[in-house]
Design a protein around this ligand. Structure first.
Ligand code: C2O
Length: 560
């Protein structure tokens, strides 16, 4: 053990640290015994200065970065805290913090090797499923403290979403914790997570072409939970699922537990949900990806359309029909069910599909606060690696592609229930300013003025309905739907143009309430309702689950 002094005011102790290391390495400790993951490159024996600065950011690290560049940085695993059961507010029995490593490698995408092809689950054959089951069996058989072990892998998700990490190493013990959901990191973080998961499985069965299957729930042909997940003796089986949603039940992308969709309408609604999330003027990057989230941001600035819609619906639909919703329906436990990885492979595929639909429009943010954000994972060799959002934009560059399947929702433009509604112009409803803030224990309706009577006809401008100051209990599933110019109770009528979209979340943390916002594209909707020349619209917020725990701060229209 030796001491080094890095500046006149900071002294570090260097110790040998043997856990998970195959090479000699150094861990730097602050003298107050706060341990940081500050590493040497074992070969060079030199401290990685960049991470040293991050580690002591509270002291002077902030000055090292220009004020404009504040992407989130890879979490310091040694600062991981215990996650909490969201329903009881008790610490979880099992801690979901990852093992520590004394070495962190900046990950480079391999350039050699063929393309793995992720198959649609409903099209994959027996042989494929046997291989996948074998790989998961081997993953479950790894020593419990191997970071590639099945449970360790499940805990990766828990740790990144149950507010166990300080948001940045510089955030130290402050209350600001890292949350990769409900923000613009939703797609890239999950892509990286699946990427390493797939490579670990692939290595375990020594098959470099192995790729995860995607559950093609956006397609009527693939809408039933793949059979391989429900065979009782399979390593892919998990008992903690809603028994009513096993095959032959069809996945309900508009699911709410209090009022599941009439089975006769599931397919129609699903196609409508998908069209809305993927096509209907999801014009602005933020409305697809989610809102900006940087160092210093509060968690949950705002989820994108797929995240808060079909994605959440299926988590809850698969999980037990209880408040906790384990395993799939609760973020701390969700990845303990193998279905998670096929569910998210489809979410990841939808990202690729959406990019393909963009034509010449921008496919991703160019903001370095997004591109330079970092995460950490264990790779297939159990090495801790640091990855960047910028390397996750194109799946083919990452060495995998998706089997081509139909997109039956693509041309599914929605019909109005009633065109040229006069609801907003009548005297029956109050103006938004008088209605909000409001509790969603019943349907809430308000008239909202359009700042410009008619939007600019520029291709790129979108008119957006903003529902802001959404506050809700995070210990349970909550959901509400939003309709425009619709005076009906609208229950279940999600396949009409009046339906603007939804907000929902899976329970994912213990304390306090989520505070977030959503934006819903109005331009195509108003066209379909022939309401483009109106100066007001009627907005209805319809609670589906947990409405008594939801309040809405306000509703307005913006142009972006
Ligand atoms: Cu990280 Cu579908 O959740």
């Amino acid at each position: 053990m030796s001491l080094i002094t890095l500046s006149s005011s900071i002294t570090f102790t260097i110790t040998n640290h043997s856990r998970h290391t195959r090479t000699q390495s150094l861990t730097v400790r602050c003298t107050d015994d706060n341990q940081y993951n500050i590493q040497t490159s074992p070969a060079a024996g030199q401290v990685d200065r960049r991470h040293l600065l991050m580690g002591i950011g509270g002291l002077y690290g902030a000055a090292a970065a220009p004020a404009s560049a504040t992407p989130i940085t890879a979490p310091d695993f040694s600062k991981c805290g215990v996650a909490t059961n969201l329903n009881t507010s008790q610490p979880l029995k099992d801690n979901c913090c990852p093992p520590l490593s004394s070495e962190i490698i900046d990950y480079k995408l391999p350039t050699a090797g063929g393309l793995r092809l992720r198959p649609a689950a409903h099209l994959a054959g027996k042989e494929y499923w046997a291989k996948y089951a074998k790989a998961v069996e081997l993953m479950k058989a790894l020593p419990a403290d191997d970071p590639r072990n099945f449970m360790q892998q499940a805990n990766v998700h828990c740790a990144y979403c149950n507010l166990t990490y300080p948001q940045t190493p510089a955030a130290g013990d402050s209350d600001l914790k890292l949350q990769i959901h409900n923000c613009w990191h939703f797609f890239p973080w999950h892509r990286w997570y699946l990427y390493f998961y797939e490579r670990i499985l692939s290595k375990l069965i020594d098959d470099p072409s192995f790729a995860l299957p995607f559950w093609n729930w956006d397609n009527p042909d693939g809408v039933v939970l793949p059979e391989a997940f429900v065979e009782k003796n399979s390593p892919l089986y998990n008992p903690r699922r809603n028994p009513e949603h096993l095959p032959p039940a069809m996945a309900d992308l508009a699911y709410s537990s209090s009022k599941p969709t009439n089975p006769k309408k599931v397919i129609k609604n699903n196609l409508s949900v998908m069209h809305r999330e993927m096509v209907r003027r999801v014009w602005r990057l933020q409305d697809f990806y989610g809102a900006k989230y940087v160092a210093g941001s509060s968690p949950d600035p705002g989820p994108g359309a797929v995240e808060r819609g079909s994605h959440i619906a299926l988590h809850v639909w698969v999980g037990e029909n209880t408040t906790g919703g384990e395993d799939m329906g609760n973020f701390y436990s969700t990845a303990r069910d193998s279905v998670f990885f096929s569910h998210h492979a489809n979410v990841d595929r939808l990202w690729t599909v959406w990019r393909g639909l963009r034509g010449t429009k921008k496919k991703e943010f160019t903001d370095s606060d997004w591109l330079d954000a970092e995460f950490q994972f264990y790779d297939e060799h159990a090495r801790l690696v640091r990855v960047r959002v910028a390397d996750a934009l194109e799946n083919e560059r990452m060495g995998y592609a998706y089997q081509e399947v139909d997109l039956p929702w693509l041309k599914n433009r929605l019909l109005a229930r009633k065109k040229k509604s006069k609801a907003a112009a009548g005297a029956a409803y109050r103006a938004g300013e008088k209605v909000f803030p409001a509790k969603l224990d019943k349907v809430v309706r308000a008239v909202v003025k359009r700042p410009k009577k008619s939007r600019e006809k520029e291709e790129e401008e979108e008119e957006l309905l903003v529902i802001e100051g959404i506050e809700a209990d995070t210990g349970r599933f909550v959901k509400f739907d939003v309709f425009v110019n619709d005076e009906e109770e609208a229950a279940g009528d999600l396949d009409k143009a009046e339906y603007a979209g939804c907000y929902s979340h899976v329970p994912h943390r213990n304390s306090g309430r989520i505070k977030t916002m959503i934006r819903l594209g109005l331009s195509e909707l108003l066209e379909d309702l022939e309401a483009e020349e109106d100066d007001k619209i009627l907005v209805s917020l319809v609670p589906r689950d947990g409405g008594e725990d939801i309040t809405i701060g306000g509703v307005k229209i913006v142009y972006d």
